[in-house]
Design a binder for this molecule. Sequence first.
Ligand code: 5GP
Ligand code: ZN
Length: 113
Amino acid sequence: MSTTDNCIFCKIVAGEIPSKKVYEDDDFLAFHDIAPKADTHLLVIPKRHIVNLNDLNEDDAELMGKMMLVIPKIAEQEGLVGYRTITNTGKEGGQEVFHMHFHILAGSRLPGF
Ligand code: 5GP
Ligand code: ZN
């Protein structure tokens, strides 16, 4: 799926579906996961519809670099000292929403790997 049609996260970006936003800039949005798997469970997404890591090309390098910088900024804003970042790629990788997102998980309920 590489289209924005019926993409839940594109609808969140467009404000058509409500979300508990914690951060927004020109390129990214972060909001609380609707079904938190940890004390803190945020999702960071690019506003542009990108399916997952496999959908990236060289032209996305700057945007992805910015994404790596915005994640710790959001974590600091939310008072997280340590946290786990996960991005699932493809159905076989556990991806359920096909608009790229990095999970930020923090708190006392993080299982070890
Ligand atoms: P994935 O399995 O694709 O890596 O993660 C998708 C995540 O999106 C899940 O943790 C799920 O709870 C979350 N999610 C799915 N639909 C919505 C929604 O409409 N709003 C929010 N805030 N989170 C959602
Ligand atoms: Zn999308």
